[in-house]
Design a protein around this ligand. Sequence first.
Ligand code: MRU
Length: 345
Amino acid sequence: MKAVEWLGDRVRILDQTQLPQKEVYLELGRHQDIASAIKALKIRGAPAIGVAGGYAIALGALKIKASSKAEFLHELKDVTRQIAATRPTAHNLPLALERMQRAAEAVKDVEQIKKALVSEAIAIHNEEAEATLKLSKLGAELIKDGFTVLTHCNTGPLATAGYGTALGVIRQATEQGKKLRVLATETRPLLQGARLTAWELKEFNIPFSLITDSMAGYFMSKGEVDCVIVGADRIAANGDTANKIGTYTLAVLAKENNIPFYVAAPITTIDPALASGAQIPIEFRSPGEVTHIQGVPIAPKGIEALNPAFDVTPHPFITAIITEGGIIGEPYEEGIKKIYGNLSP
Ligand code: MRU
């Protein structure tokens, strides 16, 4: 199950819009193809779009004809702009693009820049994969044998191009021999839970039940949920976390029912430049995704619908944030600063 793969002069992705009915791989040779695939959610999930973004820049760079560095960088900026404009919420994408820009600026001539950009994109992919495995191992400590864990959206290899975030923690806990049960929310409007998480959990042989988003409170109030664990798209410096729409509702329900609420994310998802979640850009997608399910209309024609793709969970609702640099709790501001301190040489 490879969400994204570099093939030297093109990128292979597993088209996530066709899962679970069909496993279709697409080979994309132009950065514009990757931009369209990201917008259409053929490749999706915060870490995975960061990885795909890096490869998109590498592909765009390989096609630039300019022979001077200045001209090359000028054309590269246009490629970067197109990729940056695809989806605004996940921090992993702009971070990967910044890193690619720095790699391009650091070397002298055009041929060297092209090579450096390919290596940098591969490095971003490898590091993201390592980070998700590491944070999953750390996070598994929080999951006890016999737990029922509720999760939202899709956070496994498909979403990360690596091991997984929230689903990675669940995977690690089961690999350690703990017997778990997962409640996976379907995740309207685009059903990443029903289509993708259910597909991944089945592949991993982890026992689970699919529930609709609105059933979460029922199971929490019955004492059937031991913890909630979700991924993240962008985490502000104070711990406020943007994740798939419906996450905030789950966090409020968890607090009301005294259930720990964990966020699992690589450090690349943290945006220390934003003081709070109020500054996180929230993507609004087409109302057609609400009025239709997989192209089939479910509402009267011509009605208005709203479609924010993410919401922000304020940090007081979060019991802990699990990263590869450690598990942090309140005060998040300090924990996040410490993680960055440990990263610098
Ligand atoms: O709109 P999507 O499918 O890209 O949203 C993805 C999520 O919200 C995930 O929960 C998030 O990226 C978690 S990290 C794998």
